[in-house]
Design a protein around this ligand. Structure first.
Ligand SMILES: [Ca+2]
Ligand SMILES: [Ca+2]
Ligand SMILES: [Ca+2]
Ligand SMILES: [Ca+2]
Length: 220
C-alpha cells in the first residue's frame, strides 16, 4: 500500500512540474516582424546593370523590376546591353584618328567626334605626326614609335677645309640628303689645275663637288 502511495505522489509531482514548464498561451504575444525593404530598379536591356534613375525602395520586387543587389552596378545606358559603364576616350585635337593623353569618359560605344579610343598620338597638335605617318628626316619622331629618323637612307659627308679639300678622316653620317655647312659630299681627289694657256700649274686635293656639285677644276 505504501508503495502505491509513493508512486501516486511521484506521478503527481511530475505533472505539476510539467505544467510549470509549459507557458500559458494567454501569456504569448505575437510580434509581427517588419518585412525587409528592398531596392528595385529597371534593367530594360537585361545586361544585369540597373537604371539608376528608376531605383525605388519597396517591400516586394515588382514586375519588370530587379533587385539592385542582384545587379552588377549602375547602367549608363539601359537601352544598350553593350554599354554598362562609361568608357575612356582620348581627345584627338589634331583629328588624325589618334588620341593624345587627355582622357574623358563617355557612355558611347564608339569615340565621338574629336576623340579616339587610343592614346597613341605622340604629338596631338600636328596631324602629320602619328602612328600612321611615315618617318621622314627632320629630327622628329614622325611615326610615334620612339626612335627619331630611323630606317632612312644615310648619307656620309666629309669635313671641308678652307680650300674645300676634304678627307675621309672627318666624316659624319646623316639622313639629310644635303651636307651641313662646312661639309661636302665627296672625299677630295687630285685635280689638275690648268693655266690660261693650258699648262698645268698645280696638282692638289680639291673637292669634286661642293653641296650642289658646281665646284670643279674650271671654276676654282
Ligand atoms: Ca546597358
Ligand atoms: Ca591626334
Ligand atoms: Ca622623323
Ligand atoms: Ca620614329
Amino acid at each position: 500500500m505504501k508503495k502505491l502511495l509513493a508512486i501516486a505522489i511521484l506521478i503527481s509531482l511530475f505533472f505539476s512540474a510539467s505544467a510549470q514548464l509549459i507557458p500559458s498561451t494567454s501569456n504569448i504575444k505575437v510580434v509581427k516582424l517588419p518585412v525587409p525593404k528592398k531596392q528595385e530598379a529597371k534593367d530594360v536591356d537585361l545586361d544585369k546593370w540597373y537604371d539608376p534613375s528608376t531605383v525605388k525602395t519597396v517591400s516586394r520586387i515588382g514586375k519588370g523590376y530587379v533587385n539592385i543587389d542582384s545587379c552588377l552596378g549602375k547602367d549608363c545606358d539601359d537601352a544598350n546591353a553593350k554599354l554598362t559603364i562609361p568608357l575612356i576616350y582620348f581627345e584627338d585635337k589634331d583629328e588624325d584618328g589618334f588620341g593624345g593623353s587627355d582622357l574623358y569618359f563617355f557612355c558611347f560605344e564608339k569615340a565621338p567626334d574629336g576623340f579616339s579610343a587610343n592614346d597613341s598620338d605622340c604629338n596631338d597638335n600636328d596631324k602629320n605626326i602619328s602612328p600612321a605617318s611615315g618617318e621622314v628626316c627632320n629630327g622628329v619622331d614622325d611615326n610615334c614609335n620612339g626612335p627619331i629618323d630611323e630606317d632612312l637612307p644615310i648619307y656620309t659627308y666629309f669635313f671641308a677645309s678652307g680650300d674645300y679639300a676634304a678627307d675621309s678622316s672627318n666624316a659624319i653620317h646623316s639622313c639629310y640628303n644635303y651636307p651641313p655647312p662646312g661639309y661636302v659630299k665627296e672625299v677630295a681627289k687630285p685635280v689638275l689645275i690648268l693655266s690660261a694657256t693650258g699648262h698645268p700649274i698645280n696638282m692638289g686635293l680639291h673637292c669634286l663637288s661642293w653641296e650642289d656639285g658646281s665646284l670643279s677644276a674650271n671654276n676654282i
